[in-house]
Ligand binder design. Structure first.
Ligand SMILES: Cc1ncc(COP(=O)(O)O)c(C=O)c1O
Length: 394
């Protein structure tokens, strides 16, 4: 069997280079030929502490030796601990654990619809943003405003109204007695690291309160320290009614969560659940991750290294006549001004650097939260080399 035959045994759900990653440690990944890569994708902002960190390996090993799956019919210690820790460190009271960000958003949508049914005369519509990304289940694809998905998997789940980001009048115009919630990412990740303005978030909170609808923040990408605060909502001072987490909370293992205020937590037994939801193996990792993030100075270092990365990217942009750097903490993007991002990503990979291009003109940087200044310097050095030596048609 050839390598290609093996590749063909998987459904072709993504364009992938013929590389099989075999192992990784910290900021490094190694492929089947022993080639080493400096990883500034880290599973798409997932690997909070890099590849195979002791924190995760220890938590998994310890927990696997005592209890893996008692079934969701019973409480388990790690799920209780993690729910308690999350509530203590946020503005929320109740938690439902899931296995992916999309499933968490699906849960948030269901919770908002249940709340609308119970407390707002059957309201079920959810206002979401154009170009937003909330996942790949049918409801979360329907909630997303990704233009390429418009015609895909029709008919979509009804009840999602799209408005432009940062346009409070547009939100105001579509909120009716049928509206249950407004849902958005505080910083659009997949659309190219575009922050919702602080003013918009504040106006949105005011409008949703005045009109009696819920505010849902999708912090799957921005939560768990990524932007330099434990949760991005803290930066604007706007407390949502429901928040979803994913990616970084599991630091590489499948764990995500829906968090809600007490008055919104209206699921009844049987409304929501799942075989693996809140299993102790993943929850034990979540506990270890959260404990590490709230250690004194950890988030301060994320902010410091985020500023350093932004500074180095800005220098690089000036040197090569590129555009602006946007984002916050260790979720940053560099505007290349021309549609060369895919080519730059491929060339950088040849040079041993893994980067992501969420748009044809944009590079996104999502290193581990414990990335060192040395790794940042090395990444900038490789990218500088790629941009200086290689020619890209502009
Ligand atoms: C903001 C946001 N929401 C939801 C998701 C979906 O998460 P998952 O891929 O874990 O289902 C993502 C993934 O990129 C995301 O960035």
């Amino acid at each position: 069997m050839t390598e290609q035959d093996q590749f063909d045994s998987l459904m072709a759900i993504a364009k992938r280079p013929p590389i099989i990653m075999t192992h990784g440690k910290g900021a490094r990944l190694v492929d089947q030929h022993g080639k080493e890569y400096l990883d500034f994708i880290q599973g798409w902002a997932v690997n909070t502490f890099g590849h195979s960190p002791e924190i995760v390996v220890d938590a998994l090993t310890r927990q696997a030796n005592s209890l893996i799956n008692p079934s969701p019919a019973f409480y388990n210690g790690p799920a209780l601990d993690l729910a308690t820790k999350l509530s203590k460190n946020s503005c929320f009271d109740r938690v439902f654990f899931t296995n992916s960000g999309a499933e968490a958003n699906e849960g948030a949508i269901k919770l908002a619809r249940k709340w609308g049914c119970k407390y707002r005369g059957g309201a079920y519509e959810i206002v979401t943003m154009e170009n937003s990304f909330h996942g790949r289940t049918l409801a979360t694809m329907s909630a997303s405003g990704k233009p390429q998905w418009k015609e895909l998997f029709e008919p979509k789940v009804p009840g999602f109204l799209k408005v432009p980001l940062n346009d409070i009048d547009a939100v105001d115009a579509v909120v009716t007695e049928k509206t249950a919630a407004v849902m958005l990412e505080p910083i659009f990740g997949e659309a190219g690291v575009i922050p919702a303005s602080e003013c918009f978030l504040k106006e949105l909170r005011k409008l949703t309160r005045e009109r009696g609808v819920l505010l849902i923040l999708d912090e799957v990408q921005t939560g768990m320290g990524r932007t330099g605060k434990l949760f991005a909502y803290e930066q604007s001072g706007v407390e949502p009614d429901i928040m979803t987490l994913g990616k970084g909370i599991g630091a590489g293992v499948p764990l995500a969560a829906v968090l809600a205020k007490e008055e919104v937590s209206c699921f009844d037994p049987g409304d929501q659940g799942g075989t693996y939801n809140g299993n102790p193996l993943m929850a034990a990792v979540g506990c270890a991750v959260l404990d590490a993030l709230i250690e004194p100075q950890f988030l301060e270092r994320v902010r410091e290294h985020g500023d350093y990365l932004a500074l180095r990217l800005e220098e690089l942009a000036r040197r090569h006549g590129l555009g602006t750097v946007q984002g916050r903490g260790l979720l940053l993007a560099l505007d290349l001004k021309y549609e060369i991002a895919e080519a730059v990503v491929e060339r950088a990979r040849d040079w041993g650097l893994l980067l992501n291009a969420p748009r044809p003109t944009l590079l996104r940087f999502m290193p581990a939260l414990n990335v060192s200044k040395k790794d940042i310097d090395e990444m900038i050095g490789i990218l500088d080399g790629v941009l200086s030596v290689e020619t890209f048609s502009r």
